[in-house]
Design a protein around this ligand. Structure first.
Ligand code: IMP
Length: 181
């Protein structure tokens, strides 16, 4: 984030109840598409951990849900990034032909997601879908396909529900905008 000052919580952008309702809709869409099939939900740590845990629990037993996680290098370098993302932790297992739903907290420039999509596509999944809780369209630098999206939000830095600023506020149930302290 730009600016040299410290930040504090501003106002709530999305309440827990709104997030829950939207997740129920996304879960229904995923159930319709993957009924009777195995799907590996692959969350991008750490931001997507809370979103993914609520998402998979909203999906009924009609889908054979598996969970995996990846970790990528921090957002700190993104302003100078060429779009190359360092994989700190890869998926634990990958079988060619498997259905993958990549789960991310937020699409900002899109560099992280487009890199991960390309990397997973090169492994020949059966299907690859991308599920993002938040999208900031004003910041987009690269086109990258999103199949399931929670909310479109303005170009504001947000925290809570898994999203952090300097490691803080991931645990908050609502999503907040931050302001300069
Ligand atoms: P992108 O590669 O620019 O799309 O960046 C995606 C990553 O940037 C996300 O996974 C977040 O870790 C981080 N990020 C971008 N915007 C925000 C925000 O408003 N709050 C918290 N993290 C953010």
């Amino acid at each position: 984030m730009s600016g040299s000052g410290d930040y504090k919580l501003g106002s709530i952008l999305l309440k827990k109840s709104e997030i829950e309702r939207r997740i129920a809709d996304i879960a229904s869409e995923i159930e319709r598409e993957y009924r009777g099939q195995e799907v590996v939900f692959t969350g991008v740590l750490k931001g997507a951990a809370i979103f993914m845990s609520d998402l998979v629990r909203a999906i009924g037993e009609s889908v054979d849900v598996r969970m995996d996680f990846m970790a990528v290098s921090s957002y700190g370098d993104a302003s100078t990034s060429s779009g190359v993302v360092k994989i700190v932790k890869d998926m634990d297992t990958f079988a060619e032909g498997q259905n993958v739903v990549l789960v991310e907290d937020i699409m900002d420039t899109g560099l992280t997601l487009s890199y991960l999509q390309e990397m997973i596509r090169a492994r020949n999944p059966g299907t690859l879908r991308t599920c993002v809780l938040l999208e900031k369209p004003d910041r987009k630098k690269v086109d990258c396909e999103i199949d399931y999206k929670g909310f479109t939000i303005p170009d504001k830095f947000v925290v809570g529900y898994g999203l952090d600023y300097a490691g803080k506020w991931r645990h908050l149930p609502d999503i907040w905008c931050v302001v300069e302290a």
